[in-house]
Structures are given as C-alpha cells and as structure tokens.
Design a protein around this ligand. Structure first.
Ligand SMILES: [Zn+2]
Ligand SMILES: [Zn+2]
Ligand SMILES: [Zn+2]
Ligand SMILES: [Zn+2]
Length: 346
C-alpha cells in the first residue's frame, strides 16, 4: 500500500475540525483526496494512534487516509453530535437531510441558524460533496449558494497549522475550505491575504481549469473577502508561458524532456484560450513558435535543451523538475468514481 505523507501533529487541530465517528474495518466510507474531491472506499485497517485508516479505493489502490478526511455513511443511529461526540444539550441535535448525521448548532461551521427548517437542513460535508467539481465548484443553484455561505468560515483554526518555510505544505495536511489534504502544485490557488491553499474543485471563481503549478493568479479566498472569491490573471511573459507549459507537462507525463513542435508548441496552441495570456494572447500562430523558442533558448537557468545532454536539440526540459508526494495517476484512475458516490450520497 502507498502512503499519503506521514500524519503528524493531528492533535493540534482545533476541536472544531471535523472529527467523524470512529470508522470500523470493513466499513464503506467517503475519503477526501488531495484534489478536494471525495472518493468511495472501504476501510481495511484502523490505526487509532496515528488517527488514520488504510482505505481501499474502487481502483483497488490502498492509501492511508487521516480520520479527518474520512466520512462515514452511517450515522450509527446514535444520538450524539458527529463533531464533538456529545449527546444533545437542551435542544435536540439538527440532523442533515442527506447524511442523517446530527449536529449541535454551535458545532457546525458556520453555526446553524436557529431559524433554519430542521427538516430540510443540509450539512457542510454534504453541500461540499455535491458542489465540488473538477475544474471548479458549482456556480449556480441552491448548492452553489449554500457552499458560498459556508465558505466564509473555515472549519479549523488557520493559525494553528504548522507550515514549511515556503508556506507550501503544513504538517496537519489541512488546506482549503474543506480541511482536506492537498498538494500546492496540483491545481490549487493560494490566497494572497491569508496564505492558505485552496483546491480548484472547491473554488467558484475560475473561468478556465488550472494547470499544474500555475501560480500566475492573484486570488483572495471567501474567508478574506467575507463573500465571493476574487481572482485576477497576472501578466504573462513568453518565459512564464514556457515554464508553465513545461511544468504542467512534466507533472502530467512524469518525464523531463519534451519535443518542441509535437508536445510543447502543440500543447500551447491547443490550450491557447484557457492559458489566459493577456497581451500575448493576440499573437498569431506563426509568431508563437519563434517567441517560445527564444524564451527556452535564452534562459539556461530555467530550461535545459536536449542539445546539452547530447540528445536532440528540439527537446526541452526544466532545470529543476517538479515533484509531488501523492501520485497524480490515482486521480486520473478515479475520475469516474465521482459520479458513483455522488449518487450514493443523494
Ligand atoms: Zn457537538
Ligand atoms: Zn450531511
Ligand atoms: Zn477543498
Ligand atoms: Zn484568504
């Protein structure tokens, strides 16, 4: 079995972070992956010390998943709150219409409005399960609106996370509005105000899908704006474009060198509109080639040509190859499972 990065410091999460009921071996669960989406799986082993479970997914891959990222279908029928494990206080728990889990109004994020109709209320987990999508969350309809309201508050304490020096990863593996795991360079946006990273699947502001490692956005999360997210494309140069395309291709294809005409140029041309190139976007097709080639050949600090390693000179790669800790292939393999568990949840 493969491992997600070793879980550390999970006890540092605030008591308000999701702490679902103990999963049992053999139980079917939804597990949040580093793309922010939930996937159907079955619990094979439980490690109560490290607070994680070995989950087998529908493609037969097995990964250790933190408890915080596992959601069980069964509410167990117990009369306890699924966040704090305590029984109701004066008032009864509010039950989610979809998953039937019970919540103390104050334990849910945001707290449940006392005016809400308890027979049609839907919890944060279920709103996210329906609204999150590859390429960007729903923008219209009831679930989009509910999600927007919930996103103004985080279900964890941002200040309690332990970050690396570059503020790319934290020890708790807690990112985004969903508190799920994440990989900063696998389709995530960083908020310019709070520094947290957000999954493409959980954002509602993008007009085009993200490329891997695309940091040419100025983004503000819903917590920081106290409303809808804001996003702006930063101005792009030919060197930026060359870097972005090579970075994306390296992560997608897991190799270092790419053919200029057949891979680099053809990828750029095919995705020209979605690359949102600003002033470069009007460049006629026949001129793009020379500009990109110049960029690749004139920045030896960033790019290596095949010529330098006695390979073909039409090959180019990045000096520093990007890396990730989780596998990107898993995400491709599980692409279609998304539909399965959504139907199951509904
Ligand atoms: Zn509670
Ligand atoms: Zn629910
Ligand atoms: Zn997310
Ligand atoms: Zn923010």
């Amino acid at each position: 079995a493969s491992f997600l990065p070793a879980p550390k410091g999970i006890s540092k999460l605030s008591p308000k972070s999701p702490r679902p009921a103990v999963s049992a071996e053999g139980e079917d669960v939804l597990a949040r992956w580093s793309d922010g989406l939930l996937y159907l799986g079955n619990v094979k082993r439980v490690d109560s010390i490290k607070q994680c479970c070995l989950v087998r997914f529908e493609d037969n891959s097995e990964f250790w998943v933190l408890r915080k990222d596992i959601h069980s279908f069964s509410s167990g029928g117990e009369e306890v709150c699924c966040i704090c494990d305590a029984p109701p206080l004066k008032e009864p728990l509010v039950n989610c219409l979809k998953c039937r889990h019970g919540y103390h109004p104050e334990c849910h994020t945001p707290p449940i409005d006392p005016e809400v109709d308890p027979n049609s209320w839907i919890c944060r987990q279920c709103v996210f399960a329906v609204a999150t999508k590859r390429g960007g969350a729903l923008k219209r309809g009831r679930f989009a609106r509910l999600m927007q309201i919930m996103k103004v508050r985080l279900p964890y304490q941002l200040s309690s996370l332990d970050w690396d020096l570059q503020h790319l990863t934290n020890q708790q593996q807690c990112y985004c509005y969903c508190a799920g795991p994440g990989e900063w360079n696998l389709k995530m946006l960083q908020c310019g105000s709070c520094g947290q990273w957000f999954h493409e699947a959980c954002t509602q502001c993008l007009t085009k899908p993200l490329l891997y490692g695309d940091r040419f956005y100025q983004f503000q999360c819903s917590v920081c704006t106290n409303g809808p997210e804001t996003v702006q494309r930063l101005p792009m140069t030919w060197v930026d474009l060359a870097h972005l395309v090579l970075y994306h291709l390296s992560l997608c294809c897991k190799r270092k060198y790419f053919d200029f005409d057949h891979e680099i140029m053809s990828f750029a041309n095919e995705n020209w509109e979605s690359l949102l190139l600003g002033t470069l976007s009007d460049t006629p097709r026949q001129d793009r080639c020379q500009n990109l080639l110049n960029a690749l050949n004139s920045h030896k600090d960033r790019f290596v040509s095949g010529k330098e390693i006695k390979k073909k000179k039409c090959l180019f790669g990045l000096q520093v190859r990007p890396t990730t800790t989780t596998t990107t292939t898993k995400m491709k393999q599980t692409l279609f499972y998304r539909n399965n568990h959504t139907t199951r949840l509904l």
